[in-house]
Ligand binder design. Structure first.
Ligand code: NAD
Length: 319
């Protein structure tokens, strides 16, 4: 039986990954600083602990796991990452987690380790035009991320690649682009745009008004969680080290995103544009490399993913 450790297993993507690995027949240990807020973990073992502490990491990485998935990070949506208020914590906490987990994995002879980077590491200067953002993997340098969260991701990509070069570790690195779906943050200040608008639309009566940060003309693409997990597993099984984008190429403006959710809810609401933390003007996944290396790319429609997410958030509100 294959063994896997999921760091960040109490989080949104980690929780879904644990489920998937269990379905595939793995023995799974999850670790997180908190228990999952919305579901009971499917992991065979779940350790609650702080991965910034090397002693805890030594306890958790106590065997040569076949696979480690490193998803733990101090992260959130624009309201957490782009205000500037959490920069020191984001860099310190996520940096320490990556250094600890990777080094202990090396010492324990772990076969393969996955690292979840982010599209936030792409240079700001290539994402000023909302209609033509450039996020191909090769466009990463000269580096110029617009957030400290992005700089930490870039640093950690280099860290993993250095261990691959100098210590012969097998690493796999994905740059996730706005992953969304059920069982993720929707009201704790760390939620991202799809969950935030599902909540606002659900909580506001027809004819009411919802707030939106900025003019809503900024663009993004959003990837449904099942496709993200599929991409992670395919990358892990492949010989390609990455970094590679795991994202959707279905780019929409934030105004369009909110309108899609209103359509799902069957509600007409006004949008009140207010100042707030925004991030880059445009961002979209470029799937040329993933198609070439994995012979696969995500193709789940945004609308279908939003329907499932809206339905889950509505049921959480009504609990
Ligand atoms: P999440 O916040 O739900 O999951 C991260 C988990 O890490 C949380 O459960 C958190 O408690 C845990 N964690 C934080 N500090 C810890 C510590 N010191 N010790 C142990 N656990 C700790 O976020 P997610 O959306 O599931 O993201 C997973 C990974 O994917 C993160 O590395 C994130 O940066 C990356 N990513 C996510 C997205 C996205 O759109 N969701 C996009 C790009 C990259």
């Amino acid at each position: 039986m294959k063994t896997a450790l999921v760091c960040g297993g109490g989080g949104f993507i980690g929780g879904h990954l644990v489920k998937r690995l269990k379905k595939e027949g793995y023995w799974v240990r999850g670790v997180d600083i908190k228990y999952h807020e919305y579901v009971e973990s499917n992991a065979d073992e779940f350790i609650k602990g702080d991965l910034r502490d090397p002693r805890l990491v030594a306890e958790v990485v106590d065997q040569p796991f076949d696979e480690i998935y490193q998803l733990a990070a101090d992260m959130g949506g624009a309201g957490f990452v782009f205000t500037g208020d959490n920069d020191a914590d984001i860099m310190h906490n996520s940096g320490l987690i990556n250094m600890n987990v990777l080094d202990e994995s090396y010492r324990r002879n772990v076969k393969k380790i996955f690292y979840s980077s982010s599209a936030c590491m792409y240079p700001e200067h290539n994402q000023m035009d909302p209609d033509n953002p450039m996020c191909s993997e090769g466009s990463a340098y000269p580096a110029n991320p617009d957030s400290e969260y992005g700089w930490e991701k870039l640093f950690s990509e280099h860290l993993y690649l250095a261990y691959a070069r100098n210590k012969e570790m097998q690493v796999r690195i994905a740059r996730f682009h706005n992953i969304f779906g059920p069982e993720g943050s929707w009201k704790d200040g760390r939620e991202k745009a799809p969950a935030a608008f599902c909540r606002k639309v659900a909580e506001t009566p027809p004819g009411g008004t919802i707030d939106m940060w900025g003019d809503g003309k900024q663009t993004r693409s959003f990837l449904y969680i099942d496709e993200c997990i599929e991409g992670v597993r395919r990358l892990m099984e492949s010989c390609f080290q990455g970094p590679v984008n795991i994202g959707s190429e279905e780019m929409v403006s934030i105004n369009q995103l909110a309108e899609m959710i209103m359509n799902i809810a069957g509600k007409n609401q006004d949008i009140n544009h207010i100042p707030g933390p925004l991030g880059v003007r445009g961002r979209n996944s470029d799937n040329t490399l993933i198609k070439e290396k994995l012979g696969w790319e995500p193709n789940y429609s945004l609308m279908k993913g939003l329907e499932k997410t809206y339905s889950w958030i509505s049921s959480e509100i009504n609990k």
